[in-house]
Design a protein around this ligand. Structure first.
Ligand SMILES: [Zn+2]
Length: 166
């Protein structure tokens, strides 16, 4: 006990609770948060007018929005679609904040639907529409894979992976 060094005082107190239940930190929740952020940023950048800043034309009203106001809006909202549509790059487009908020009250926005049909064709939209009824087991592997794919940033690859799950 003679040469016991005084413990250096650190700013943060580290408390390690060994052997205790780890219920509070759900690893899936953390991954969901990361994937949501990454997919939204991907869409906002994809739909931006220029590569160096976030800002583009709203898929709904057509007005220009930038920064925090240029958001990632879902065609089929998060709440009604399953995991596939929630992270499907064709179900997400740059949308002005005001339109994105209003969207919560409606099932599908009319202008958004027209824009979708114009961009992808009616047939493909119907196919996307049907994905609402497809449920997959969105486990940790799914979230890890999706995060990896969004990091790579190849939209086609993301879509093929999602289609492979159907
Ligand atoms: Zn708008």
């Amino acid at each position: 006990m003679a040469n016991e060094k005084p413990q250096p005082k650190l700013g943060k107190k580290k408390t390690k609770k060994k052997g205790l239940r780890k219920v509070s930190k759900d690893p899936k929740k953390k991954l969901i948060k990361i994937l949501t952020e990454k997919s939204h940023t991907f869409i906002r950048k994809r739909d931006s007018k220029s590569e160096d800043s976030i800002g583009g034309y709203c898929v709904d009203c057509g007005y220009y929005a930038e920064g925090q106001q240029f958001q990632c809006g879902h065609w089929h909202p998060d709440s009604t679609g399953g995991a596939i549509l929630r992270y499907h790059p064709h179900n997400m487009h740059g949308q002005a904040g005001k339109c994105n908020t209003k969207f919560q009250q409606e099932s599908v926005k009319i202008n958004y639907t027209f824009a979708m049909q114009k961009k992808y064709g009616v047939e493909y939209c119907a196919k996307l529409n049907n994905l609402r009824w497809v449920s997959i087991d969105a486990d940790i592997f799914f979230y890890q894979k999706m995060i990896e794919l969004y990091d790579r940033g190849d939209e086609e690859e993301i879509v093929s992976y999602l289609e492979s799950l159907i």
